[in-house]
Design a binder for this molecule. Sequence first.
Ligand SMILES: [Zn+2]
Ligand SMILES: [Zn+2]
Ligand SMILES: [Zn+2]
Length: 299
Amino acid sequence: MEADTWVLPTETFSARILGACVCGAVRWSYDAPFSAMLHCHCSVCRKHHGTLFATFVAGPLSTFHWRAGTEKIGTWQSSARGKRSFCSRCGSKVPSVIHDAQQVFMPAGALEGELGICPQMHLFVGSMAANSRIHDPLPQYQAYPPGWGAQGLDTPVRATRPDVFSGSCACAQMGFELHDRPVRMHHCHCGRCRHARGAAHATNVVYKLDALRYTRGENLLEDFDLPGAEFFGTSFCRHCGAAMPRRSEGRGVVVVPVGALDSDPQIHPLAHQFVASKAPWFEIHDGVPQFPEAAPRPV
Ligand SMILES: [Zn+2]
Ligand SMILES: [Zn+2]
Ligand SMILES: [Zn+2]
């Protein structure tokens, strides 16, 4: 495993907070204090980011500026009122601008700089993945906190056959099955994973390459290879931007973003890896072993 070498592209502007997708095409800046920071466990977030949960910061739109790549931004209408944005080149999650409310929601993992805020709560814990646990003391809400006046929106429970491990993208046009037991599962805190997923960290389940079989929508699969990286790349649904299994022919494995799974993979994470690159606002509270760089591979 190579070192974590992702760096924010050199900029000619200054701002308190800089954000970018992992390929660097879509970039933005922000200056005002954030008004909220939250972890969301809803099934749309889990699928879109490919993670166990997503983390967002929200704040007023006034000091938010797109700096590059707006023509690369893809959007998916996730509900009657909601939309999700992503880089159509690399699949990274990018900010959603809510013009009506003059607010911007940013995927926290894609940000660099001192955020000046820490996560405040867990939303949609009623929709958590079966294999997910919360270990920190933050308040938890089944959906939105009372008083927000927001309606719960959480749909993607997809029918699964008990004898087949399956998964799907957020828009449901892509579906796949895994015809083998998983090899391992780990959390990765490297800068590439954080920027690609827009989350605190990635959580991936690794299978042998030939375990993966698409059942629908494979024509929507978009693959991105990060230039200069030996292994890092992303795969995602072109329509909704959801993280999809990434085939690594060179290593003979397929790396499945845990959020894409509709079945419980029935495996526990072995490691937090690249914790030297961990987001400063995220604290690890579980007892899973931590490694500053790549975790040693089990034989
Ligand atoms: Zn990108
Ligand atoms: Zn959510
Ligand atoms: Zn999709």
